[in-house]
Design a binder for this molecule. Structure first.
Ligand code: MF3
Ligand code: CO
Length: 252
């Protein structure tokens, strides 16, 4: 599949899709507290997506059973919401979710602390988020795709954290996953030239320990092999003439 460059009209629709998704993340964040189950959080996510006129794009994606991937502590991504999974003070929780609006997808992930968390856990969350912003500084016409990857790696690696390699960011548009893949670690080649109106998801997945991951028997939940904490931060962005536009950013 080739990279699909969007028209300005398509970017408008993706901007709208992204703004709605930012609201969903605001609602999810506000609902995080000790004692809430990940199933309740998924229900809040799905209700909000539908109330805003969107369609959840995770639900039934290759059989995924929920609208929000909810991953706790050593779970990296694609945790399945469950009534039995109750958030505890000190946990960290990642929401990875997206929606379709008028045929256009948006996709974003956030990691939050539950109540008071350790300084180390907060630092992992902060550095993961910062690495996204370091990466997208390179997301400009004139640069290559893997300049983004290298910038993320250069920011994360001195912290001693692991960068997950088996999962990457991706193009996005009328499909949740389009070309190109967007790795979060240094590549041998510079990758494709960035062009105006390319739309991609940049989504570093960072571990406090070793970068090695494995899949649980549910075939979805990705966990760190060493049991260390993991954080994830993702936005859908559009390449422009100047600074990249982040389509899924909350304003509050
Ligand atoms: N939102 C995820 C991504 O970043 C995809 C989730 S697929 C699901 O690409 F099926 F697990 F929901
Ligand atoms: Co994504």
């Amino acid at each position: 599949m080739a990279i699909i460059i969007k028209t300005d009209e398509e970017i408008d629709l993706m901007r709208k899709s992204g703004h709605l998704l930012a609201k969903v993340h605001e609602e999810l964040k506000a609902a995080v507290c000790p004692g809430v189950s990940t199933l309740e959080l998924d229900e809040i996510g799905e209700k909000t997506i539908r109330a805003l006129g969107g369609i959840p794009n995770c639900k039934n994606y290759e059989g995924f059973p929920a609208s929000v991937c909810i991953s706790v502590n050593d779970e990296v991504v694609h945790g399945i919401p469950s009534a039995d999974r109750i958030l505890q003070e000190g946990d960290i929780v990642t929401f990875d979710t997206g929606l379709i609006y008028k045929g256009y997808h948006s996709d974003a992930a956030r990691t939050w602390g539950v109540g008071k968390i350790s300084e180390e856990a907060q630092k992992l969350i902060d550095v993961t988020r910062e690495s996204f912003f370091e990466g997208i500084k390179k997301a400009r016409v004139g640069n290559r795709l893997h300049d983004i990857s290298r910038a993320i790696d250069d920011y994360i690696t001195p912290h001693g954290y692991g960068i997950v390699r088996e999962l990457t960011g991706h193009g996005i548009g009328t499909h949740l996953h389009e070309d190109p893949m967007v790795p979060n670690y240094r590549q041998l080649r510079r990758g494709v030239k960035l062009q105006k109106n390319m739309t991609i998801c940049v989504e570093p997945m960072i571990t406090m320990g070793n970068r090695k991951i494995c899949w649980l028997d549910d075939d979805w939940t990705v966990v760190t092999m060493d049991g260390s904490l993991a954080a994830h931060y993702e936005n859908t962005i559009a390449i422009t003439d100047g600074e990249p536009e982040i389509l899924t950013l909350e304003w509050s």
